[in-house]
Design a protein around this ligand. Structure first.
Ligand SMILES: [Ca+2]
Ligand SMILES: [Ca+2]
Length: 303
């Protein structure tokens, strides 16, 4: 009995499914609305932009957001009026449990592909880095070429993407100072070597390294600048006869020095570490010479 009922229901379902008219235009033939959110952590705002696929004459959409995104009143815009498209915008759409910004547009011919159909600014509540594609959606949408449906939300997902700005903080160590902004905001994907800051050196100091100098920006970052006291081979905070002794022993191949020590030891910046550097440090220690002046060398300081 149960089996017979089941078969009957299945047969009815098949009749129902087959009798539903299939649109001649498949949704797969059309790119759905392409929505991207630019998150700016510097201003804690986000801008949502939606573009049209090819072939659309008219359509409707309702954009809804989570509590993390609050619409900036009056910020919404749609298709440029110069195109002659009739557009209705409603920033306070609220019907059947759906609320957000509604846009309806109609044209007599196809609107050019990639025309911006939706643009709006939102204030971010909380941490900008916690905003994801889950925080915005196009809850009602459809497209038409004027005579038939092209696609609706029943046909598939809206394409959603996020791009961001990240905050980069630069910190100068002992011996130098920043000569450009300590905090900057850059777009995700920016190459780090293009954003490194300007700096000035204190007397007698040289530049050693950035804590990060390659790759791309993919998150908020702190980049430290490290400086060193020229001539301070043993890194005890002064350049004196002890450092000269290290250099002489190194020059006599009695000891080895690591890269940082070799950099500090080459006080005349000729690319070698030898008795000339030791003599210069002894003169400085005796008050005969002033502080060393930093110069970059192309070759690694080594003997
Ligand atoms: Ca020293
Ligand atoms: Ca040298």
């Amino acid at each position: 009995m149960f089996k017979r009922s089941f078969c009957l229901i299945s047969a009815l379902l098949m009749v129902l499914i087959c009798s539903v008219s299939v649109p001649t235009a498949s949704a797969a033939d059309y790119v759905t609305y392409d929505f991207s959110l630019f998150v700016d952590s510097e201003t804690n705002t986000a801008t949502l932009t939606g573009k049209l696929p090819a072939g659309a004459f008219s359509g409707k959409l309702v954009v809804s957001t989570s509590d993390k995104l609050t619409l900036v009143a009056g910020s919404t815009s749609s298709i440029n009026e110069d195109l002659g498209v009739f557009v209705e915008l409603n920033e306070s759409y609220n019907r059947d449990g759906v609320s957000g910004v509604a846009v309806a547009f109609t044209n007599s011919v196809a609107i050019p592909e990639d025309t911006v159909v939706f643009n709006a600014k939102y204030n971010i509540v909380g941490n900008a880095n916690e905003i994801t594609t889950e925080d915005f959606d196009i809850v009602i949408w459809n497209l038409s070429d004027g005579s038939q449906r092209l696609a609706t939300q029943a046909d598939g997902d809206v394409v959603k993407a996020i791009s961001r700005n990240y905050t980069i903080t630069f910190v100068a160590g002992n011996g130098g100072a920043l000569a450009s902004d300590a905090v900057i905001s850059v777009a995700s994907g920016t190459r780090i070597n293009t954003i490194l800051p300007q700096y000035t050196l204190n007397d007698g100091y040289g530049f050693k390294s950035y804590s990060v100098s390659s790759g791309t920006v993919e998150s908020d970052m702190t980049i430290s600048l490290e400086f060193y006291l020229i001539g301070d081979v043993n890194m005890d905070g002064s350049a004196d006869n002890l450092d000269a002794a290290f250099i002489l022993r190194y020059d006599a191949m009695l000891i080895t020095l690591d890269d940082d020590a070799l950099m500090a030891a080459d006080v005349n910046f000729d690319g070698d570490v030898n008795s000339l550097d030791a003599a210069a440090i002894l003169k400085y220690d005796a008050g005969i010479n002033g502080p060393f002046h930093y110069a970059e060398v192309d070759n690694e300081p080594c003997s």
